[in-house]
Design a protein around this ligand. Structure first.
Ligand code: 4NP
Length: 164
């Protein structure tokens, strides 16, 4: 038997966060979730990534406003944007989308019934904001909109971790 450790263990829980551009909400969710699992001493259990529906920002760092608002809370968001592809249904166990349009755009690319079962709204896991059904897109908004997105993301990711 080989002693080489596989690059991605089958036993890890593989989480993918999705938004439209992969420069505001989903990289923030990726960073917040990574922070949470590290602080829970559970980082080894997870593979965490994010992607966008569109390809406009591929290769870019997160939007400076999200980086700045996140930094105020102690996060460093420094992933590079990439586009969601149907292969991601194979590479991840749970695909967490930010709003209804993301849900439609991901499900349009499903290949099997099992693919669709992996897709959930991130806000399904909120505790403090029950009744909220989306993390609204802050791209054309104010600092307050970025902060609200972060509030929803932090609370929903904490709720999600409780279930995993
Ligand atoms: P995100 O925000 O989906 O949270 O990354 C957006 C970023 C860029 C655009 C739209 C939303 N855009 O139209 O370029």
């Amino acid at each position: 038997m080989s002693k080489t450790k596989p690059l991605m263990s089958k036993t890890k829980k593989r989480l993918l966060f999705i938004c439209l551009g992969n420069i505001c909400r989903s990289p923030a969710a990726e960073g917040v979730m990574q922070h949470l699992v590290e602080h829970a001493g559970r980082a080894e259990e997870f593979v965490i990534d994010s992607a966008g529906i569109g390809n406009w920002h591929v290769g870019e760092l997160p939007d400076y406003r999200m980086r700045n608002r996140g930094a105020r809370r102690g996060y460093r968001f420094d992933s590079r944007a990439r586009q969601f592809t149907p292969d991601d249904f194979d590479r991840f166990d749970l695909i967490l989308v930010m709003d209804r349009q993301n849900l439609r755009d991901v499900l349009r690319q499903q290949r099997t019934e099992d693919d669709a079962l992996k897709v959930k709204m991130l806000t399904d896991f909120t505790v403090r904001f029950r009744g909220t059904t989306a993390v609204p897109d802050p791209y054309y908004g104010t600092d307050a909109d970025f902060d609200h997105a972060l509030d929803l993301i932090e609370d929903s990711c904490a709720g999600l971790l409780e279930t995993l």
